[in-house]
Every structure is written in structure tokens, then in C-alpha cells.
Design a protein. Structure first.
Lengths: 151, 151
DNA sequence: AATATTAGTCAGTAAAGCTGACCTTAAAGC
DNA sequence: GCTTTAAGGTCAGCTTTACTGACTAATATT
């Protein structure tokens, strides 16, 4: 037996370690939104929706953030548009482009989601301890910035 | 102005903070596998594949881990089976069930994936520092255990 | 002015993912 | 034991997601 280099990595690779809590949170938040009556939504739509910025976002921008093609993003936006979650407005600076902005129904559903995320946040903060949880978030931000993708 | 409770949470919620590095890793690993010649694979298949244990796993078990229905899991397994990545073997203990096990081609592709994950691991460890990276992994494991899902 | 790039849609197709119905075997209740 | 309930899995049918390729219109570049 030799001295261990570091901590036991456990059975999971980093990808899985990130995936498990991520997917659990997503599932809970989506369930909360559905339970609140927003049943005409889907997970892929929600994934895109949460990346829309306050000033409105471009289709291409959203596609890149969610790791899908712009064509797929366009379809998702159209569905959400039909259901009153978002709107397309012409971009004042670029006549080719349009900006996707959250509409009333979208904002309302977003509040439900935010509330559930806050609940989970509290749970996780309690489980890890406040300092450790904050550190975790900071470290994840560092990793997020490592990707050379616009965020 | 009041004293801050803790660190600036940044623009992203925890879900997003987990998603961004997760999805980036997944993308890189998948690209590596494709580049190595395993072009008859898809991301959903790969997500399921990596959850197959050495002794073989049940369809239902895999479905639960990946957050999909058993029907969908069955379809993914059938595709991978056709392409030689996995096999179904009857479960000796339960005549209803079968166990999915990795086949030759699957094991080979798995090695390519593992190598790429190791590369990313090194990068991330370097970016955060060894101690901090290990701590991150430990904390993620704690969160993973919080979900009351079989893992 | 010509050319290349970017934003986005349209069309077509394959894969993923769901619900519901069903069969078979195992477990639980009596 | 026998009956009932639950669990593992597939089949069928359908919608959504997601891709590639082709195209239009507008902006940038040279």
C-alpha cells in the first residue's frame, strides 16, 4: 500500500457528479412549474427559456448556450410563442435578427421556477453548510468561465 | 446598504452552474468518441451507456438513473445492441428481467471516453488547484447522495 | 461594387421520448 | 395452496426534439 495522492474519487466521473444534482434540480423545478398549471411546457423549452436575458436574446445566442442548432432553437421558440411564453421582436440594430423576450405567461412561470430553485438552494446550503456551499458555487463559476463559449 | 449575507451568487442559478461545465464536458467527450471512429452513437445512448455497471444493469434501473422511461431506455439499448455496443443477457435470478452489459465495441468506445474525461479532469484540477478541485468533487458527491434515487 | 459572413427560416428526416396496453414472472396476502 | 398485486419488459402509436441541407435577406469586409 502506498500513500494516496488525494481523496477517493468515488465511483463517478466528474461529468456524472455534475449531472446527478443538475438533473435532479431540473426535474424538481419542472415538476413545480407543471403543478402550478403550466402544463403546456416541455423540458427542452424550459432549458432554452431560462437563458433568455432581460433585454431579449437572439435565436443564435440561445442555441449556442443550450448546445442545440439554431433551427431547433427556432422551433422551440415558436412553440413557446404560440403558448404565450415568449415573443419575437425585431432587433432595432440589425434588420436580419429578432430578439426573443419573455412574455407575461413566461414571466409568471419563471417566478414559480425561481421559487423552487430557492427552496433547493436552501436545502443544499443546509446540507453542505453555508461556507462550503458558497465555495462550491464559486468553483463552478470558475469552471463555467473555462468554457470558451459566450454566456 | 446592508452587510452581504454571503458571496455574490453571480448571474446564474445553481442549476445553470452545474449545467454549463457538465454539458461542456459531455460535448467534448462525445466529440472524442466520434473522432475515434464511433460515429454510430448518439448522446442519449452514451448517457445511458455510461450508467451500465460491470455486472450488468437492468433496463428499469438505467431508465431511472438517466431520468427517462423504461420504454425509451429499451429503445436506446436496442439501438446500441444492433451496433454491437451492448448485449442483453437473461437475469439468472429473475426470469422477467434481463441485464444489459457492455459488449466489446462498447468497452473500446468507453476507453476513449475515459481518456478524454481524464484530460478534462487534469485541466480542471489545474484551473482550480488540486485541493479545491478535490473538495468540489466531494461536495458534488454529497449533493448526489441527497437525491433519494438509486445510484 | 463585389464578396463573404451572419441571422434566420423552410423542408425533410431520424431519433428521442412520452402514454397506454399488454404479457410474463415474482411477491404478497389469505 | 390459490388469488391478487406488483414488477420487468416489450409493442404500438404519436409528438417533440434535433439534425442536415438549402435558401433568403441583411450586414460586414475588401
Amino acid at each position: 500500500m502506498q500513500g494516496e495522492k488525494s481523496t477517493d474519487p468515488g465511483p463517478f466521473n466528474v461529468g456524472l457528479l455534475l449531472f446527478i444534482p443538475y438533473r435532479e434540480l431540473e426535474e424538481r423545478v419542472f415538476a413545480a412549474v407543471q403543478d402550478a398549471g403550466y402544463t403546456d411546457t416541455t423540458l427542452p423549452q424550459a432549458r432554452l427559456f431560462q437563458r433568455i436575458s432581460a433585454e431579449g436574446s437572439r435565436i443564435t445566442e440561445l442555441a449556442s448556450r443550450v448546445y442545440i442548432t439554431k433551427q431547433t432553437a427556432s422551433v422551440l421558440v415558436s412553440s413557446m410563442e404560440r403558448n404565450g411564453y415568449v415573443r419575437r421582436v425585431p432587433d432595432p440594430l440589425d434588420a436580419r435578427a429578432s430578439r426573443v423576450i419573455a412574455d407575461e405567461r413566461g414571466l409568471a412561470a419563471g417566478k414559480v421556477a425561481a421559487a423552487e430553485i430557492q427552496r433547493i438552494d436552501r436545502e443544499w446550503r443546509q446540507a453542505l453548510g453555508s461556507a462550503r456551499y458558497d465555495r462550491l458555487r464559486r468553483d463552478l463559476q470558475v469552471l463555467a468561465r473555462l468554457t470558451n463559449r459566450p454566456q
